[in-house]
Ligand binder design. Structure first.
Ligand code: SF4
Ligand code: SF3
Length: 542
């Protein structure tokens, strides 16, 4: 076995990628990511043991968030970039070590590596399998993956100037706990729930950052066709990157289209003033292999999900920024004020043809909490009159496996008196079906990106209050969630923390759950996998 990774839903045989990632990650990148994570655990031990005042470690905090983000599935495939980050984090770790008093330190807080070879050698002994006990490993990794998702959302909020020291302090606490051999399985289960608690905090933080800066999402028709101008495509989740790109393309004759998880940007009032923000091109992340060919212009990745491009031609048009990276693709860094210079991309766009049309028409979204609560009377009346029988939360991720056709079929076959609440790229499995509406309320309500799953929780809590219920699980809401990467893990843990039970999770249960840990989740929270569309419809409509 040359590598081991089982952090995402597409992991080999639902057990682990051992030679090369299904995502395209090679052994070297996998190992460097393991070592980077280990370094962050060492920093966390120093922060916790040394009782550091985390709120004063700004530079370190930001780099820790970025480092975690770089290890999320499909975010960064660039070995050089990750090696550089390991060196940076070891230097920051050693600075911290000199400023706090802590002894009897774990190897993660003191190890040294000089060359790439020594990094790879070290990595081989500190990865996932270095925890021998299967259940402890499973719990430790679930916490690490939740923390990765948390870091991604915290980084987006940070880019808008919003920080929560409680979240950063928790990241250190949780990562340090994953190297603490004195913790029992029960204590790690408790830490998992605490991770969910901070997941709610970080999503609320990001929601506040987004709505504070860009306004409250509102019902919006998004064009899915194209115009005849040269154009740039922006993918990923970071709205500050989009804002800068729109500012820099304004008046240049270069249009901007969103891809994948950037679609919900159209719902924010702040972006409506840009007449060169034309629409959304294409579908969810894994369709990029074809859609980037037909787009014909430059593409900017602000985060995951990158699929290794098939041709040199496409690779030459891909740019990355933030935590994203791909070898051979130009990376655009921010200056010390957070400003990014996209002029090279814009100049390239002018030399390339306009996007080839692949669709026409529009889709509707913008049903985040503020908009839905503005419609609350209508929604409550529809539930009371029986016009809406049940809501189905189908948020989460999309993925390339054929088994995900389940979600299209499930959505298609849901009875006409049901409404789908969605967020994340899972929506692309059904957001272009013509599912109609109920008394003017569309049957697919898209709240936004995966982090906007927070909106769905806010809506559920509000409905619970309106209907005077004691328990969120008494609402007419069923949860049929699709997961892929680690942001879905933090969303799931957040829902568990909020007390949501009987979540169906698919298309497979996480490969990182040991049989024992899976049993705990089933018994404590009623988590279940998915079955056939027919069986699940019967079960979830009951
Ligand atoms: Fe495999 Fe997923 Fe890890 Fe990639 S991220 S190596 S596909 S488990
Ligand atoms: Fe999608 Fe990668 Fe998860 Fe943000 S873009 S939801 S998979």
């Amino acid at each position: 076995m040359s590598m081991f990774c089982y952090q995402c839903q597409e992991t080999g045989g639902n057990k682990g990628c051992t030679v090369k990632g299904v995502c395209g990650k090679n052994e070297e990148v996998a190992k460097l990511q393991d070592l980077l994570t280990y370094t962050l655990k060492g920093i966390s031990i120093l922060a916790v043991k040394g009782k550091a005042d985390v709120s004063r470690l700004d530079k370190m905090n930001k780099e820790v968030l970025k480092s975690l983000f770089m290890t999320i599935t499909n975010a960064n495939f660039d070995d050089g970039h990750i090696e550089e980050q390991i060196r940076k984090m070891i230097a920051l770790r050693d600075e911290l070590k000199n400023s706090v008093h802590a002894d009897g330190l774990h190897d993660a807080a003191v190890f040294t590596v000089e060359s790439r070879e020594s990094m790879l050698e070290k990595a081989a002994s500190v990865g996932v399998l270095s925890t021998g006990n299967e259940d402890i490993r499973s719990l430790r990794e679930m916490i690490v993956y939740g923390v990765k998702g948390m870091a991604a959302y915290a980084e987006h909020a940070w880019n808008i100037g919003k920080k929560d020291p409680a979240v950063t302090a928790f990241i250190y606490e949780a990562l340090a706990a994953t190297l603490d051999d004195s913790l029992t399985a029960d204590e790690l289960v408790a830490m998992t729930l605490k991770t969910g608690e901070h997941g709610v905090k970080v999503m609320a933080l990001l929601d506040g950052a987004h709505t504070g800066r860009f306004g409250n999402p509102e019902i919006t028709k998004v064009n899915i066709g194209v115009r005849k101008n040269p154009a740039v495509l922006i993918s990923g989740h970071d709205l500050t990157d989009l804002e800068q790109l729109l500012e820099q393309t304004k008046g240049t004759g270069v249009d901007v289209y969103t891809h994948g998880e950037m679609l919900p940007a159209h719902y924010y009032p702040a972006f409506k003033k840009y007449d060169n923000l034309v629409g959304n091109y294409g579908n969810s992340w894994w369709k990029q292999l074809d859609e980037f060919v037909s787009f014909r212009g430059p593409i900017l990745f602000t985060t995951n999900c990158i699929v290794p491009p098939r041709s040199e031609e496409v690779r030459g048009r891909i740019f990355t920024t933030g935590a994203a990276g791909y070898p051979g693709c130009k990376h655009i860094d921010a200056d010390e004020n957070g400003k990014k210079d996209f002029s090279e991309m814009i100049a390239l766009a002018k030399t390339l043809p306009s996007p080839e049309p692949i669709e026409t028409g529009s889709i509707v979204g913008g049903f985040a909490h503020h908009q839905v609560l503005a419609l609350a009377d209508k929604v409550v009346d529809a539930v009371k009159s029986g016009a809406i029988r049940k809501f189905f939360v189908m948020a989460g991720c999309d993925g390339r496996m054929k088994s995900r056709e389940y979600y299209t079929e499930f959505a298609r076959r849901l009875p006409k008196d049901t409404v789908i609440l969605t967020a994340g790229c899972a929506k692309y499995r059904y957001n272009k079906l013509d599912l109609g509406s109920i008394g003017g309320i569309p049957r697919v309500l898209d709240a936004g990106q995966c982090n906007d799953s927070y909106s769905l929780a806010v809506i559920a809590l509000k409905l619970k209050e309106v209907f005077g219920l004691e328990d969120i699980n008494k609402l007419p809401i069923a949860y049929n969630i699709a997961w892929y990467e680690q942001k879905a893990v933090i969303v799931l843990l957040a829902l568990l923390y909020l007390g949501v039970k009987n979540i169906h999770l698919g298309p497979t249960l996480p490969g990182f759950l040991s049989p024992h840990v899976a049993k705990v989740l089933v018994e404590k929270f009623g988590i279940a996998g998915i079955g056939t569309v027919e069986d699940d419809l019967r079960l979830l409509l009951a």
